[in-house]
Ligand binder design. Sequence first.
Ligand code: AP5
Ligand code: MG
Ligand code: ZN
Length: 214
Amino acid sequence: MKLILLGPPGAGKGTQAKMLTEKFAIPQISTGDILRAAVKEQTDLGIKAKQFMDAGQLVPDEVVIGIVSERLQAEDCANGFILDGFPRTVAQADALRDVLNELGKQLDKVLSLTVDTEALVVRLTGRRTCSQCGKGYHIRFDPPPSDGRCVCSGELFQREDDQEATIRNRLAVYDEQTSPLINYYRQAGLLVELDGMLAIAAVQERILSALQAG
Ligand code: AP5
Ligand code: MG
Ligand code: ZN
């Protein structure tokens, strides 16, 4: 299964991708997670990416394209993958098409999650993430166990770019630079549009039926 999860910040890409990786035993490739790990480790990549991420801007295309091209060639992608947060520009989508062509692989579907803007802001301001295992929570919609720690007992943190002003920038960047990909993949016959306003489990059910429909 070779999938893209497309949607604005807070649409539930990471939440749904994590559930799908368990179901299909294929990796989640989240460019956001890869970049945040690089920032934490203060690698050259991380130092370069941090200024863009803190401002809610996109990291330059050539940087993320390089990361993903390499990642897709890893052995664990042999049976498929779930791209989460990539591509985000038409240039990235074109580059992905070329890389997959070279590898002799084809995308199965592009799952596009639609959510109202104000709901996205509520989701992102209430998001908490486990510092140990990376599991995501929401203080209202998907609360952690009562002691405010993860099921794995790891400590929870709030992402630095989940401040309201940065969230608004990220949403504007999505509208300008990423939303054209909806038409891009519709024209390629790959787009499946899903109501991302539903509860987490209901969205997962819709995704699974869309994948079964072939
Ligand atoms: P990235 O990490 O990809 O962030 P994003 O796209 O802004 O998306 P999020 O991770 O914020 O949202 P999500 O859709 O995963 O939602 P989640 O499932 O967590 O990118 C961060 C930055 O890295 C970018 O700004 C950019 O700088 C850089 N970057 C990354 N990729 C790049 C690229 N390709 N090119 C250039 N730059 C790149 O859910 C959110 C919250 O809502 C959670 O609390 C969750 O519990 C809750 N929730 C989820 N689903 C539901 C539901 N159905 N109902 C109620 N609550 C829900
Ligand atoms: Mg995410
Ligand atoms: Zn955890």
